[in-house]
Design a protein around this ligand. Structure first.
Ligand SMILES: [Fe+2]
Ligand SMILES: [Fe+2]
Length: 164
């Protein structure tokens, strides 16, 4: 059985993952409209992954006898100044999620909630991967700058990402 405060914290994080879905879906829409179909697809796959993360919290709450409470999801931005700015925002977002996961791990330890601590380890690892995936794209985009040929090449490369 999960504590009430842990239940609250996990519900809050379920919403953070759902917001991540919304944020990357908004970035995907922005990229579709800018006609970068490959990068739009990459973001769409990223969004789908975030929804699976939210569902892991949904399932864990139920498995531990907690109640799921779906909180309101904030409206994400609809546009960014550039593709580089969107990926920069994605990187900052992932770093903020990592901090939130770490805070949850601390909370689980403080409460001696071993089941939740164990559940969260998957996310600790996932956040390492998430940051490691986005950071090189941010660097590539910085290097590309306004070079359209290189940008379309990246669009083609990122469009190869398979569905989640
Ligand atoms: Fe996530
Ligand atoms: Fe993520």
């Amino acid at each position: 059985m999960i504590s009430k405060t842990m239940e609250q914290a996990l519900n809050k994080h379920l919403k953070e993952e759902a917001y991540s879905f919304y944020l990357y879906l908004a970035m995907s829409a922005y990229l579709e409209q800018a006609n970068f179909k490959g990068i739009a697809k990459w973001m769409r796959v990223q969004a789908q992954e975030e929804m699976t993360h939210a569902m892991k919290f949904f399932d864990h709450l139920h498995e531990r006898g907690g109640a799921v409470k779906l909180l309101a999801i904030e409206q994400p931005k609809a546009t960014w100044p550039s593709i580089a700015a969107a990926f920069q925002a994605a990187m900052e977002h992932e770093r903020s999620i990592t901090k939130k996961i770490n805070a949850l791990v601390d909370k689980a330890a403080a409460e001696n909630d071993h089941a939740t601590a164990n559940f969260l380890q998957w996310f600790v690892k996932e956040q390492v991967e998430e940051e490691a995936t986005v950071e090189p794209i941010v660097k590539q985009l910085e290097a590309i700058g306004e070079h359209m040929g290189a940008l379309y090449h990246l669009d083609h490369q990122l469009g190869k990402r398979g569905s989640a």
